[in-house]
Design a protein around this ligand. Structure first.
Ligand code: FES
Length: 136
């Protein structure tokens, strides 16, 4: 009895999209100071849409499952849509996380945002602090 859903265990045991993208259009790397875990997400962006995403996570099982699920959720989305993939959405897609592990999915949301902002700044656009402005 792990307290984890079958979906979390599946993404932990068989992570999707693990690895890196050479010459990625955006790279996000974030750490959780409380536990020391580190997550890195690379994205390939073509025509304003994420066409590939890969992750490397040095962390707990919930963080690995969250990053695996997050990469699956952002592929096919525009940067604006991907920004809206919240930690809650990731946790729901994983059929829930134990309350004490919800912060691990926050790392995935922060990492997506960091990768998107890296892509934007590489293209001469300002980073989004709180997300896309109206009309963007
Ligand atoms: S315990 Fe550190 S991210 Fe899960």
């Amino acid at each position: 009895m792990t307290g984890y859903s079958d979906r979390v265990m599946d993404h932990f045991m068989n992570p999707r999209n693990m690895g890196e993208i050479a010459d990625a259009d955006g790279v996000g790397e974030v750490g959780n100071p409380a536990c020391g875990d580190i997550m890195k997400i690379c994205i390939r962006v073509e025509g304003g849409r994420i066409t590939d995403a890969k992750f490397k996570t040095f962390g707990c099982g919930a963080a690995i499952a969250s990053s695996s699920m997050a990469t699956e959720m952002i592929v096919g989305k525009t940067l604006k849509e991907a920004w809206g993939v919240t930690n809650r959405a990731v946790a729901e897609a994983l059929e829930g996380l134990p309350p004490q592990k919800l912060h691990c999915s926050v790392l995935a949301e922060e990492c997506i945002h960091a990768a998107i902002n890296d892509c934007r700044t590489k293209n001469g656009l300002p980073a989004w602090a709180e997300g896309p402005e109206a009309g963007e």
